[in-house]
Design a protein around this ligand. Structure first.
Ligand code: ATP
Ligand code: MG
Length: 417
């Protein structure tokens, strides 16, 4: 197996590190697909709310997952796309202007690159790094809202872009930890953008949709419209907070509470019989208590409602509450809570579904799961970036993945320590 064909994604979550290896395969009619050939996970230590709190522990967790994945594929992992998550990541609007270089006034790739570069030179707040520059639209002289200006004629080229920034210290800690596992970083990708990559279709992004990733200690959202990223945000609340509330409510350990949540949890207390009981001894023999399943459901519902209120506030801030034609896609391990999506439909007055990885082929069943969407999204991101390198002079493109991502991938600034 040629190792240069392998694209690896490492998703550093606060509950699990997930490593996924994929390959670009050409099938009939020169169509290309991404085949996932390896996937592994390991419990995370040393990461909280997306931020590294102990480099040593983070390195150990990452190494464990990387080694497991290497054993599965038989190929050493040399480089990877790595997720960046956390409330420290913010987005900013930027504008770039350049004079079109050619004497005949035709916009070339160089002009586009310079325009983006000039947008990048906005005053980055001190202690922040640019993770992504995502061009939204171009203006050639007076023609606004141009998606692809190459080949057009004019004097002045302008770009409106979204710049995603991460705090230098946090970004450095992640890169340091990854390098210490012996893996090079091909790119750093803001976590919700990777999740969107594997869960949203091009059409959903065109129509207007949001992906909400409910992780262990964070919930991240990315909203798309007209094919472009409109808004992103990371909330410091995740499904782990539900577990903690159950542990407090039932006066039991976090491990027992976690098992109760996964096996008996539901968002619909009204569907649970008054006398339905959970025997904690089936989870932990030392816990000789019966607890009410309705009470557990009520705890879960209270927490999820709190989270939904926070998500709702974000959507209201951009005037998209109940205004997303292609609805909301819930992903991340927390999206597996029974009844969550049905409740979301009512709460957000929109269509909603659970996001599982799309745009891939794989014999590995366990990754057809919401908790693997970020890691798989990283692989898709990498595949798109390499496809866009030769997009203009070859037919290489992934029809199933939004075209805009190639554009993003190409201009991503990779951060080296
Ligand atoms: N079947 C299930 N039902 C309900 N919740 C679940 C289920 N399976 C996993 N979870 C929850 O999903 C959460 C972990 O999700 P995920 O693996 O996506 O998080 P992460 O990526 O490690 O964290 P983060 O994105 O916050 O850094 C945990 O809180 C776990 O309890
Ligand atoms: Mg996550």
């Amino acid at each position: 197996m040629a190792r240069e064909d392998i694209i690896t994604g490492i998703d550093i979550g606060s509950t699990s590190v997930r490593v996924v290896c994929g390959q670009i395969k050409t099938v009939r009619d020169h169509q290309e697909v991404i085949q996932i050939i390896g996937a592994a996970e390991a419990e995370t230590e040393g990461v909280s709310k997306g931020v590294v709190t102990s480099i040593e522990d983070a390195v150990a967790s990452m190494s464990a997952a990387v080694e497991k994945c290497e054993r599965m594929t038989g190929v050493p992992i040399e480089d990877a796309l790595v997720s960046v998550n956390g409330v420290h990541v913010t987005a900013q609007q930027a504008h770039g202007v350049v004079a079109i270089a050619k004497a005949n006034g035709e916009v070339g790739e160089d002009d586009v690159a310079r325009a983006i570069e000039s947008a990048q030179s906005i005053s980055t707040p001190p202690n922040y790094e640019i993770l992504h520059i995502i061009p939204r639209s171009f203006t050639v002289d007076h023609q606004t809202n141009v998606k692809d200006p190459i080949g057009m004629t004019g004097i002045k080229l302008e770009v409106d872009a979204q710049i995603i920034l991460g705090m230098t210290a946090q970004v450095k800690n992640i890169t340091k930890a990854v390098y210490r596992t012996g893996v090079d970083i091909r790119d750093l990708v803001f976590s919700p953008l990777a999740s969107a990559e594997s869960t949203l279709t091009k059409r959903q992004k065109e129509l207007g949709a949001a992906v909400i990733a409910i992780g262990g200690s964070t919930t991240s959202l990315a909203v798309y419209e007209e094919g472009d990223l409109l808004y992103t945000s990371v909330l410091p609340v995740g499904s782990g907070h539900i577990t903690n509330d159950i542990a407090i409510g039932l006066r039991t350990s976090v491990d027992v509470a976690e098992a109760v949540k996964r096996q008996f949890g539901t968002m619909m207390p009204e569907h649970v019989g008054k006398h339905e009981e959970i025997d904690l001894a089936t989870i932990d023999a030392s816990e000789k208590v019966l607890v009410s399943r309705k009470e557990v459901a009520e705890i879960i519902q209270a927490r999820v409602d709190e989270l939904f209120a926070m998500i709702g506030k974000e959507l209201k801030s951009i005037d998209r509450f109940a205004k997303l034609p292609a609805g909301m896609v819930f992903t991340g391990g927390g999206a597996k809570m029974e009844g969550l999506v049905d409740h979301a439909k009512e709460y957000f007055k929109t269509s909603a579904s659970v996001g599982v990885p799309q745009h891939i082929q794989t014999p590995i069943e366990k990754i057809q799961d919401p908790s693997f969407t970020t890691a798989i999204g990283l692989v898709l991101w990498g595949a798109n970036a390499s496809a866009s390198m030769n997009m203009r002079n070859s037919s290489s493109n992934f029809s199933s993945v939004a075209g805009v991502t190639g554009k993003i991938g190409k201009w991503v600034k990779s951060f080296m320590p």
